[in-house]
Design a protein around this ligand. Structure first.
Ligand code: BDR
Ligand code: CA
Length: 339
């Protein structure tokens, strides 16, 4: 099995990624921790608990991490993910409670207890991971693999013209994380899924219709058009209803920025890599994160050629297969919804 530590900021694409991971029989999400980002950290944890319950999974420890980025105030993005982080979906208040332990302690303890066995998946600002690395500098050696969604190496940001959201929210944390991996052997370097790859994971209404077919739900119940009246999904299945209402919000957000009626489901791609379920290629590079104030804060720069005379600290994904990723993800979520 793939044993996972997941840190996220749920978030519509984080939610889809989590549901996908929970649908996989060969994956165990062992610890699920929250970083503030898309929404405040308590809301992230509530969303994670509610999604676990919606998927019938209650045995996963859910913990809260840092409440703000390392050095700068928190910014959230209700315009991207809705006021609660899951678009128009209304999740019932979770019955379960968050763990009394701090996210960072859980990560460090799990990694120490199971050296070489755990894969880390980070689909949020890297605040908790940076704090965990401060507490346990051997984490790069203790973790089996690290997969990160963040950054942009073709210098088109989604938050500023050059910066990607997760890195922009906490650039100091991202800088610390990459510094901690510098000089590790290549197979230990974090696999980085940046915008130039994740924006190819373009979810379109046809994909949602396909999910409906796979899960036995009618297209009209799932594929909601842009709707000023706020029509909600009528699907009988609560998981499909949640995804449909979440995705309509995400589609409308992308349309607002003239990208068409589609959604970049960044975190889903990182999750599929962490699950070992899709093909991809990477290139080793030395990543620098700009932390100074001003125009370029949060921008990630990659040196692929050793021009800085430094060792690589990341493996940046350089090729992916969007349609194969969707076949994998939708097939698996469809099967979960049918169960
Ligand atoms: C990242 O930012 C967040 O809004 C998404 O959940 C994703 O992790 C994309 O830039
Ligand atoms: Ca996210």
């Amino acid at each position: 099995p793939v044993r996972l530590l997941v840190d996220n900021d749920t978030g519509i694409d984080d939610a889809l990624a989590l549901v996908y991971l929970l649908s996989l029989s060969h994956v165990d999400v062992e610890v699920l921790t929250s970083t503030p980002g898309n929404v405040a950290v308590e809301q992230v944890a509530r969303n994670n608990l509610a999604l676990l319950e919606l998927c019938g999974r209650t045995g996963v420890e859910v913990a809260v991490g840092a409440t703000a980025p390392l050095e700068i105030p928190l910014t959230t993005t209700p315009e991207t993910h809705g006021p609660q982080g899951i678009g128009y979906a209304e999740l019932p208040a979770p019955e379960g409670a968050v763990s009394p332990h701090h996210a960072v302690d859980l990560w460090v303890e799990a990694a120490r207890q199971h050296p070489g066995e755990l894969t880390a998946l980070l689909t949020a600002p890297l605040t908790n991971f940076a704090l965990a690395l401060r507490k346990e500098p051997r984490l790069p050696k203790l973790l089996k693999r690290v997969v990160i969604m963040g950054g942009s190496y073709y210098y088109q940001g989604n938050t500023t013209p050059t910066a990607e959201w997760n890195t922009h929210v906490d650039p100091h944390a991202a800088a610390e994380v990459f510094a901690a991996f510098e000089g590790e052997p290549e197979d230990r370097l974090p696999i980085v899924c940046a915008l130039e790859m994740t924006e190819r994971i373009e979810l379109r209404p046809e994909h949602v219709a396909e999910l409906g077919r796979l899960a036995g739900s009618a297209e009209a119940e799932l594929v909601l058009p842009e709707d000023p009246e706020g029509r909600r999904s009528t699907a009988a299945n609560p998981l499909l209803r949640c995804l449909s209402d979440a995705l309509r919000f995400y589609f409308e957000f992308h349309r607002h920025y003239d990208q068409g009626y589609l959604a970049h489901v960044h975190d889903v791609f990182a999750a599929a890599i962490a699950a070992g379920a899709v093909d991809y290629r990477t290139r080793p590079a030395t990543v620098h994160v700009e932390t100074g104030s001003g125009l370029l804060v949060g921008t990630t720069v990659a040196d692929y050629r050793g021009l800085w005379g430094r060792k690589p600290n990341a493996r940046i994904v350089s090729w992916n297969d969007p349609e194969a990723t969707f076949r994998e993800v939708l097939g698996s979520i469809g099967a979960l919804a049918r169960r």
